[in-house]
Design a binder for this molecule. Structure first.
Ligand code: SAM
Ligand code: SF4
Length: 524
């Protein structure tokens, strides 16, 4: 009998991809995805540790499951991803009802662990790199546990040893290669990993500890995967890596495939893929060759997410970012000189230890100078195990962090709005992602009102058909507000039939409000 699996994903695109791959493997093992945790036989949380806030959400989910596990001991609960790796067996102490802990570097073992946890009541431990090193701790933990055994796969501190690195490369590669997709899946956008882990050790960041050392996937495997996705009808592939422009694969014969080579090779091998994008870039060492590849390969999107993190050289040094604010400006100037229409996005951390008002103002100045399309702004969150937490006192009060966060957001919104206004009158290609969220929300609200038997609903947005009518009409005849993204990652809203979802459409930008551009469709 097939069993039901609820898998909830937190955090970055890497986690979204990991969840997709894990789900694909578990489907083969007889599990079907359910949207409702109440219906599930197995509940998995794919977690993020980058900020404490992301972990708190998972703690509250786990807390809420305590009682259910008592009533339904056969329910399997697993924590996978960065939080499992970072907190390790401590999580058992806080939440004794967890059955599975699996770090992001061990996900190839997850199907076996879920199977074991589902069918067996005896203890079982899976550890790829060193059963001997992790088993005693887990066994000790098991001594405190009542009920079925625990299933643990974590890299632990052994993950950076070269002897275990090659082993980890091979087994994780199998996870990426296991991806199965066909045209009937109707998928139009997909992620493909090119690099795992990170070697940068920015002082605030847990990623090098949770995802392990940087490993570059063999270029042919990446190309084959993008080819497979394109053959299945995918229109936009986003390549993933923590510092993606550092990709460099060393072949056995001494040759190296650089990031620029890889971009060219994928572009050549997938002439029928309309869009190729990549995230996240590191500002230092972005080669001219990689920028040229973007400029010369027509189907590579003119969009770069290159986090600056801060505008002060003193803080950048404390962060161990390895570049100055001047270096960052030079990079932006080089990118814009080569591609005047390039769209840039950034990340910033506010309230890093000892940050003064004057240093914060330097981050504000970077946003104004670099004219980012958008920026993700984070309040500094001290993470256990990182150098910043060990070395610096988290001395910026929460209200100052909040106020700087809001101020930086406001400046970015002003810059984004200005950039958007400059786009009015241009014709751009949009990849349609579906109905706009506003319309979806209103349709859902209207459905609720109608289900309650009320005759009148107040709408914030004009809809041309009611949701009950929508259900009866073929997709090509339902006009609604659609959203999609340009090649520069700008969000565009325009009216059109739902059947355009997943298609490339030319539109003319007619208006810009706050962070959204409004357009009219140019019918060929
Ligand atoms: N690899 C990317 C890079 O180097 O820019 C970023 C990856 S990180 C998972 C995503 C973003 O989270 C970072 O760019 C940073 O702004 C933010 N971040 C990471 N650690 C943080 C921390 N301890 N507190 C606040 N923000 C943090
Ligand atoms: Fe974290 Fe820095 Fe690596 Fe990005 S480059 S993942 S911020 S350590």
């Amino acid at each position: 009998m097939r069993r039901k699996l609820y898998l909830e994903t937190f955090g970055c695109q890497m986690n979204v991809l990991d969840s997709e791959l894990v789900m694909g493997q578990l489907r083969v093992q007889g599990y079907d995805a359910t949207e409702s945790p109440d219906q599930a036989d197995v509940i998995l949380y794919n977690t993020c540790s980058v900020r404490e806030h992301a972990e708190q959400k998972v703690w509250s989910r786990l807390g809420a499951l305590r009682e259910r596990k008592t009533e339904q001991p056969n329910l399997v609960i697993g924590v996978i991803g960065c939080m499992a790796e970072r907190d390790g067996e401590n999580l058992f102490r806080k939440f004794p009802h967890i059955d599975i802990l699996c770090g992001p570097g061990e996900l190839d073992k997850l199907p076996g662990m879920v199977h074991n946890a589902s069918v067996a009541s005896s203890a079982s431990i899976a550890s790829s790199v060193s059963v001997a090193s992790s088993a005693p701790t887990v066994t000790a933990m098991n001594a405190h546990r009542v009920g079925p055994g625990r299933h643990v796969a974590l890299m632990g501190s052994t993950s950076r040893r070269s002897s275990t690195l090659a082993q980890a490369e091979d087994s994780l590669e199998l996870l990426d290669l296991s991806r199965s997709i066909s045209a009937s899946d109707g998928v139009s956008q997909a992620y493909v990993r090119i690099t795992r882990g990170c070697n940068k050790f920015c002082t605030y960041c847990v990623v090098p500890y949770t995802r392990g050392p940087e490993v570059h996937r063999p270029p042919q495997n990446i190309i084959d995967e993008v080819r497979k996705l394109t053959d299945a009808g995918v229109k936009e592939v986003t390549l993933l890596g923590q510092t993606i422009n550092h990709y460099a694969y060393k072949h056995g014969d001494g040759r190296t495939t650089t990031f620029a080579d890889l971009l060219f090779q994928i572009h050549e091998a997938t002439a029928d893929l309309p869009r190729l994008r990549f995230v996240t870039s590191f500002p230092r060492d972005f080669t001219d060759a990689a920028l040229q590849a973007m400029r010369d390969c027509r189907r590579i999107c003119r969009y770069l997410h290159v986090p600056a993190q801060h505008g002060s050289d003193r803080i950048l040094k404390m962060m161990n970012r390895g570049y100055t604010s001047g270096d960052y400006d030079d990079f932006v100037a080089r990118a814009r000189a080569m591609m005047p229409d390039i769209s840039l996005a950034s990340d910033f951390i506010v309230g890093f230890p000892t940050e003064t008002d004057a240093e914060f103002a330097q981050s504000v100045a970077v946003i104004r100078r670099s004219r980012f399309k958008n920026s993700f702004i984070f309040k500094y969150s001290p993470r256990p195990g990182t150098t910043a937490m060990d070395r610096y006192v988290d001395d910026i009060p929460e209200d100052v962090k909040r106020q700087r966060n809001n101020e930086l957001l406001a400046v970015q919104q002003e810059v984004s709005a200005q950039g958007n206004r400059e786009m009015i009158g241009r014709t751009v290609e949009v990849m349609v992602e579906g109905e706009s969220r506003l319309v979806s929300r209103q349709s859902a609200a209207l459905s609720k009102v109608m289900a309650g038997g009320q005759a009148k609903a107040e709408l914030l947005w004009e809809t041309r058909t009611s949701p009950s009518d929508v259900a009866r009409l073929p997709a090509e005849s339902v006009t609604t507000q659609l959203t999609g993204r340009t090649r520069g990652d700008q969000i565009i809203a325009f009216d059109g039939p739902l059947s355009l979802t997943g298609e490339m459409v030319d539109v003319e930008i007619v208006d810009a409000k706050n962070l959204t551009l409004f357009a009219k469709r140019l019918v060929p």
